[in-house]
Ligand binder design. Structure first.
Ligand SMILES: Cc1ncc(C[n+]2csc(CCOP(=O)(O)OP(=O)(O)O)c2C)c(N)n1
Length: 642
């Protein structure tokens, strides 16, 4: 086809005829798939059909090599239109179409209800509406960092336009002048509850235009008009949206303009009638048999393409007891060091940092100075930034997203969740966690960072004790292919020293995930502490020692991966008191309780931490009030020893 790569000025009559024929058959696939599964979303699949047909015929993609690095990225943001996407991808040869037809929405199949990357040709799991454009912007930004040439397309729903995250993504695209980025909105005028103008009035074109996008309005079922609009957008050299006026359920008379078919399958009888109207072969009986047979494209078989990380992490710094540093400065220094260590090495995996208007507080300024082209100031747009971080990390970059805990953890949970489902590995660095935030008060005290992230399966969570451990944790994360949260407080964190006065986490110490550290010896009880409260635990150890009580101090930086040997040893003392700047309902304490229960280990056990939301106040005063200062911890241990 001469339309490949959008090279020719217009589609030839033959190309149009071939694509129309293709779309007609694919509409039949949509109906067969949903009817056999007795559920799914045929309406939007049929209104978006010409867009899908055009993009997967004319964009630079290779059905035989879906992961080809140079390919254009086609993101489908309204992921519920999966039947339309699978029909087009299958017919284009990305996989045998019968597999999707027969096993759509069936247990174990990769052909899930909403599009997922396990299907060859799908770039991003979506369905949580409003996130696709952020992923597309992330792919486009990554392209700029890597000096690549691919184009990025993002197809979206019109009801979806109500999501605020889309505005965030639009602004980033304009700020960074992202060319070769084309959004296409399926303006079928309907959503679940009916007319989009009644559900939530909006002016789609004005909204995109006011954020600085070039807008083009076309008939979304006219392949030539769509084709020319895409070419115009590519030639324009600025982010372009094509607003495609379409008809929900297009192609089947009784489905057209019926909101009911947004998310309802036809009955078998209706499906047969619709196939007849479309002039598509009715092979439902055959497909039914196949649905009962073995699947060949399983979700579990999917192995995400994990790009290796190749970069230098530089030489770890060792801070001394007198350095008086906070962990966040240690993070800022480490990431700037990493940027420096790889300066001029074109073969190193590029490290990028995303910031949401908190540069002075989250200490990303040092990195920006060293690598201004890889620092992205994303504004107060955390949802978009979290999604972009995920998409950029799928594009050959090592991505660090720095933010306050309440925004980088709590505000953005569903965006991170989608990153996990997409098998990508951004690093989330959250400062200002815990009561340690102090005077800003409870709205800013993120006291559930472990609890929130413990729900995200496979994510590593690191809560370092002091600047030295922070430094090494950052360098560890920079080489990791796992999604990671590094959580830290705000205040200066004393350097943790051993009995010999030397920094425990300095010098040759190497951070290893899942390894806990015994900071002080003792067999009368164990204080198991997380994060910067480690210094208070050491203080408690000293106080108890004066009374003849030897309390072991164990620091756990990885509350979701406890150290078998060290924790068994702690239980062996007969008393465990856990200490955390976190709610006691979902942090370190529950991890330890679970550890003990699962192994049938018996000991006296108490959790110290946050039990109610706090007022403003200095961290010192707040820790004293919550029994998290040295005196409070010592008191709790003493009470437990009988
Ligand atoms: C964030 C989010 N909220 C709600 C939903 C539930 N939902 C799924 S589809 C849909 C309507 C989407 O309308 P539109 O974008 O117009 O798609 P179309 O009806 O044209 O297929 C809603 C509300 C969702 N998937 N994501």
């Amino acid at each position: 086809m001469s339309c490949v790569n959008f090279e020719s000025a217009k589609l030839s009559a033959e190309e149009i005829a071939a694509m129309q024929e293709f779309a007609r058959e694919a509409r039949g696939d949509v109906l067969k798939m949903t009817t056999l599964a007795t559920c799914g979303h045929p309406g939007g699949s049929m209104s978006s059909m010409e867009m899908y047909t055009l993009l997967w015929h004319c964009a630079k993609v290779d059905p035989g090599n879906p992961g080809w690095e140079e390919r254009d990225r086609i993101v489908v943001s309204h992921g519920h239109t999966s039947p339309g996407v699978y029909a087009v991808l299958g017919r284009r040869g990305f996989f045998p179409i019968e597999e999707a037809l027969a096993h759509f929405r069936q247990i174990g199949s990769c052909f899930a209800g909403h599009v997922e990357r396990c299907v060859p040709g799908v770039e991003w799991d979506t369905g949580n509406l409003g996130q696709g454009l952020s992923a597309a912007v992330g792919f486009a930004l990554a392209r700029e960092v890597r000096g690549m040439k691919y184009r990025v397309f993002c197809v979206m729903g019109d009801g979806e336009q109500q999501k605020g995250q889309i505005s965030e993504a639009r602004r980033v695209a304009v700020k960074y002048r992202l060319r070769d980025l084309i959004a296409l909105v399926d303006l079928n005028g309907l959503q679940i509850n009916g007319d989009t103008r009644e559900v939530m009035p909006q002016n789609v074109q004005k909204n995109w235009a006011s954020d600085g996008w070039h807008t083009i309005v076309v008939d979304g079922h006219d392949l030539q008009a769509l084709y020319k609009a895409v070419r115009k957008g590519l030639a324009k050299g600025e982010p372009t949206v094509i607003i495609a006026k379409t008809v929900m359920g297009k192609g089947v008379s009784f489905m057209e303009n019926e909101a009911h078919y947004h998310g309802a399958a036809l009955t078998e009888e209706q499906c047969r009638a619709a196939l007849k109207e479309l002039g598509v072969e009715d092979n439902l009986e055959q497909l039914k048999v196949r649905r009962g047979q073995r699947q060949t494209m399983l979700m579990e078989a999917y192995q995400p393409q994990v790009q290796p990380v190749r970069l230098s992490v530089g030489v770890p710094r060792t801070y001394g007891a007198s350095d008086g540093l906070d962990n966040r400065s240690a993070w800022g220094n480490a990431i700037a060091d990493i940027a420096k260590a790889n300066e001029g090495d074109a073969t190193a995996t590029p490290v990028v940092v995303l910031d949401c208007d908190l540069k002075p507080s989250v200490k990303t300024g040092g990195f920006e100075k060293v690598a201004p082209g890889r620092f992205f100031q994303c504004g107060i747009q955390e949802h978009n930034t979290a999604t972009m971080a995920g998409a950029m990390s799928a594009s050959g970059l090592q991505v660090f997203f720095a933010d306050f805990g309440v925004f980088g953890v709590d505000e953005t949970y569903n965006q991170h969740r989608l990153s996990v489902l997409n098998h990508v590995a951004p690093k989330i660095v959250c400062t200002h966690c815990g009561l340690d935030v102090g005077e800003d008060g409870k709205t800013h005290q993120c006291v559930d960072y472990v609890g929130v992230f413990r729900n995200l399966l496979g994510v590593e969570v690191i809560v370092p004790a002091d600047p030295n451990q922070t430094d090494r944790a950052v360098r560890y994360a920079a080489q990791s292919r796992k999604m990671t949260l590094i959580a830290m407080g705000r205040s200066k964190a004393p350097v943790i020293c051993g009995e010999d006065g030397k920094p425990v986490f300095g010098g040759e110490y190497e951070f290893r995930y899942g390894v806990a550290d015994v900071i002080r010896a003792g067999d009368d009880a164990a204080i198991v502490v997380m994060g910067t409260l480690c210094a208070n635990a050491v203080g408690a150890h000293e106080e108890l020692r004066k009374k003849g009580i030897r309390a072991r101090v164990v620091h756990v930086a990885t509350p979701l991966a406890l150290d078998e040997e060290v924790m068994r040893g702690a239980a062996g003392t007969g008393v465990i008191v856990t200490v955390e700047d976190h709610v006691v309902t979902s942090g370190l304490g529950v991890s330890v309780a679970e550890f003990l229960a699962q192994r049938g280990l018996v000991c006296r056990f108490k959790k110290l931490g946050v039990t109610r939301y706090a007022s403003s106040g200095t961290p010192k005063a707040l820790f004293a009030e919550y029994g998290l200062d040295a005196a409070g911890i010592a008191r709790a241990v003493e009470e437990m020893i009988v």
